[in-house]
Design a protein around this ligand. Structure first.
Ligand code: SF4
Ligand code: FES
Length: 262
């Protein structure tokens, strides 16, 4: 459909056709299926707004997640016409033929319909990789003065803190989909955030023991699905390359010490 036709169709309130994955894993008698709904498009309509209208007007049992409606909470991620992305940031006008197919994000536990348990995944990832600051000094001392951080370092950490844990990069990564034990881009990005933090006590060798293997930085096949689809445009490849260089240097140093000690 040309731009002019699309604008005209919108002005007339064209009919959108939604093909939505429906399945309730709690119901033993239910089977996965695609269900079709129709809705009149309104100007500026997002997939999220459309889903809310469908739930309000046609089917109150439709399951999907949202909190912020502004691309901040990461809850509304789903696969829209084959692409994992955020429903609240996706305009229905992007789809010229008015057909929109919605599937839940693959690679996560399905709660029902379009709702998946990304929270459980992120919690398990945090425990596996110890994604929290491990300070240089353990002892709490309320009299200690705050240590200022260099603005360049703060800017790097801030960039990586922008992740909204939507799970899109996990679903878009073919390596992760083929090999469940692979850490995935979100885990490596979050670990890079602590590796870059001068307040963290962990050495390059400590990080090497966590991700210096095929399930970590050496397992990434640079397929770019994470970076191409991340709704926050985070620099996955740059961070994975950084960690890979760091881990490779640690490995060489490891081998050198082993040879010297023989
Ligand atoms: S890195 Fe990007 S795609 Fe991955 S969870 Fe964070 S915001 Fe979502
Ligand atoms: S509802 Fe929060 S990111 Fe879409």
């Amino acid at each position: 459909m040309t731009q002019a036709n699309q604008t005209q169709a919108l002005a007339q309130g064209r009919k959108l056709r939604f093909e939505i994955f429906r399945y309730d894993p709690q119901d033993k008698n239910d089977k996965p299926k695609m269900v079709t709904y129709e809705l009149t498009e309104a100007p500026g309509m997002t997939v999220f707004i459309a889903l809310n209208l469908l739930r309000e007007q046609q089917d109150p049992s439709l399951q999907f997640d949202f909190v912020c409606r502004a691309g901040i909470c990461g809850s509304c991620a789903m696969v829209i016409n084959g692409k994992p992305t955020l429903a609240c940031r996706t305009l229905t006008a992007n789809y010229g033929d008015g057909v929109i197919k919605l599937m839940p994000l693959p690679g996560f536990e399905l709660i029902g319909d379009l709702s998946v348990n990304t929270g459980k995944f992120m919690r398990e990832l945090a425990e596996r990789l110890q994604l929290w600051l491990q300070p240089l000094q353990d002892e709490a001392n309320i009299h200690r003065l705050e240590k200022p951080m260099a603005p360049e370092e703060a800017a790097k950490l801030y960039e990586l803190e922008r992740c909204v844990e939507c799970g899109v990069c996990v679903s878009a990564c073919a390596t992760k989909q083929m090999r469940d034990t692979f850490v995935g881009a979100v885990g490596m990005m979050k670990l890079a955030r602590f590796e870059l933090d001068s307040r963290d006590a962990r050495s390059a060798e400590d990080f090497y023991h966590v991700i210096g293997n095929q399930d970590g930085v050496f397992g990434c096949m640079t397929l770019l699905g994470c970076q191409d689809n991340c709704p926050k445009d985070l620099p996955h490849m740059q961070q994975i390359a950084y960690l890979r260089r760091k881990m490779a240097t640690t490995l060489v140093e490891h081998e050198r010490i082993a040879v010297v000690n023989q």
